[in-house]
Design a protein around this ligand. Sequence first.
Ligand code: PEP
Ligand code: MG
Length: 894
Amino acid sequence: MAKKKPAGSQMVYYFGKTRTDGDTTMKQLIGGKGANLADMTSIGLPVPPGFTITTECCDQYYQNKQKFPKGLMDDVAEAVKTLEKETGKKFGDNSNPLLVSVRSGAALSMPGMMNTILNLGLNDESVVGLVNATGNERFAYDAYRRLINMYGDVVMEVHHEYFEEAFAKIKKKYNAKDDNDVPTEGLIELVHAYKEVYKKHTKQDFPQKPMEQLELAIEAVFKSWNSDKAISYRRIEGITGLKGTAVNVQSMVFGNMGDDSGTGVAFTRNPSTGENKFYGEFLINAQGEDVVAGIRTPQPVDEMPKWKAPTDKTIGKKMHDELMKIKTKLEKHYKDVQDIEFTIEKGKLYMLQTRNGKRTGAAAVRIACEMAKEKLIDEKTAILRIPAGDLTQLLLPSFDPAAKKKEKPLTIGLPASPGAAFGKLAFSADEAVDRAHDGEKVILVRKETSPEDVDGMHSAAGILTSTGGMTSHAAVVARGWGKCCVAGAGAIEIDEKGKKIKVNGKTFTHKDVISIDGSTGEVFAGEMATVSPKMSGDFETVMKWADKHRKLGIRTNADSPEDAKRARDFGAEGIGLCRTEHMFFEPERIIHMREMILAEEKPAREAALKKLLPYQRKDFEGIFKAMAGLPVTIRLLDPPLHEFLPHDAKSQEEVSKATGIPVAKIKTRVAQLHEHNPMLGHRGCRLSVTYPEILVMQVTAITEATINCLGKKIDAKPEIMIPLVGTVKELAMLRRITEETIEDVKTKKGFKGNLPILIGTMIEIPRAALTADEVATEADFFSFGTNDLTQMTFGYSRDDINSFLPDYLSEEILERDPFQSLDTTGVGQLVAMAVEKGRKTKPKIKLGICGEHGGDPASIFFCHTVGLDYVSCSPFRVPIARLAAAQATLKHGK
Ligand code: PEP
Ligand code: MG
């Protein structure tokens, strides 16, 4: 390793007492795990030495038709030599062999999505060496059989089941209930049996040369970067732009050397609730994968002090004390919650991994607040720490305590990830994906979830497993997503093939609904009622901090007084979009709406509109009241009229009965109004150009409602918004009619004062953005309708994008769904241009956004950078937007 390499070409980074090449700033190059292993070594934590192969090597492997970069194995061989020197052990040795683990580790953590191989370096000779070195024959053969199994599975793709079958036979022969009950001679036999399995399925002998094992293992890790599960995980998490995975080769320590050894996984604080309490699980006499894979159910770390070994009665207390010291040291160093893996080998504690712990939204809020209080981090860091999107989890309902009291749980599992969910049972990940796609709510029920299940877990409303602990993959992944999960509900017998579960003598099939409570672990039959969440004090603190720092105003998209009130409670500072069409769908209204649309002549249309007016006025009064003192942007009717019409014979007859219009006439009118491209058709301001009486009715209702509210001392602040404008002339014409209508109403109502009703437009057609300087001459405000703007800029239909979007995402043609997160390079340019042009004409013009993007943190960041005045989003996203807006100020620095 002493050879001098040109800068940037180092492929292997060593960590250990000899020297440590990497550090915590190198996550892109040596992966998160590699960087933290180097870092932990540097701060003096007990880390078994090893080395990391860079992510660039993985990238080159793929660029180079799946061949290693030149010289990689030479550098690996040198690193192995250094490792041999430092540990005093030798690869493949028959007296004191060096064994290593080979693990993946990308720049961002992808728990369980890629490959790991343990005990590498064992062969027929070194297994004897391991017996000699440890004096523990059982242990040595146990390690060897694990290697053959893992290596066969991961490197050579021999199905794990074949090994399981061989193990079952041996267990039967020796009458062993548990893996640990198999005697040494049984394990020796098992090694032979595994070698047979290996040979049968790979047509080769198990490789005896450790360097050959290592080379293939490294390659297998590189390959796992592009396994289906890893690709799915990256897609779901929106991880893009990484070079590949690093590979960590680390000298092995053993948690399975007897009663004074063990292994565990822990978080420095509770990742579900955020409570500042060390939280984790461990297993005595076991190797790491036993804990994570949910094969044996581990004990909570709290109980560690009770652990006594025959050779050391206080081992548990000593180890626990040491872990507590490490907790403090790690948090002081990383200033964040750490998720660690540790192993105890014959009473000595080793750290195998640390990374920032994934946590629920609730935990993120509590941890950020408490760490700020503890002065570990400052307020700004605390704000930036909380993934804004995760706040949704705090706003989700939980089960109604009253309803819960009446129901006895079927069983209680582990509360692996909080929340409340109900749904019909789905028994495989694919089934969950398909049924959820068809609009069903499903609970994914599995014995244990494996990383292959990520898509199904993501689609399901909740996850229920019958084995596995709180740190099993299911739990970790679910918590990261804020998805409700109950794990380890052992009383549930799952019959995957028969598609049913049995619990407590009752049977449930894929047609039955169950409810799971991820905060308590309870499982109930049927659908349980839910209640709205209560905000914690920490949540309020975070919101206060956010409001102090943000520059963007936050409004909401709401079209009922209830939604308006809810949004206001969440901190909305007005309504940015009230879609008036939603007010026409109630039964007693739709009939007048239909009457209006079906009318062939203006007088009949006006008569129908007259009937609708009182409803509209009342709605607006309710909304103005709920938003008193705050601006309310009301958008005039937008959708194509045919959306309101009856399309089947039965409803056409009903309309005929109610209106007296003959069925034949209705049919003709429906056919007349049919459009091939309704989204690009007769909608938005085009409706008001053709039928100005619709606009007149709506503006009359708004103005009357305003005057009525002001009369009752309710401070109504309406803003009238004209949708789908593409040319300034459309807006000029409709503005004129709007102003005239307002004046008419004032006169009719004898209102003398000033009515400061703003009149503005949506910018949602590319042409409006391109000519925003002209449009601004007629607009008091712009609100970017980025749903339509995205649709029309990309030429993707909003309603049909799902037929090709999955391919576009998997091929990385698109990084994300542009209807969810604003395409800042394309659509964003139009927004930025319209902002500039609009302000050039009218420096004080008010600018906002009301497309779905107004609640998406990345898009909010963009809105901040282009200098919008506010974002508007659905009520439940208001807190997210408040936090994201503050984060934008802190990140953007302005
Ligand atoms: C938009 O197009 O972004 C918008 C807010 O309007 P709608 O979604 O109602 O078309
Ligand atoms: Mg629109």
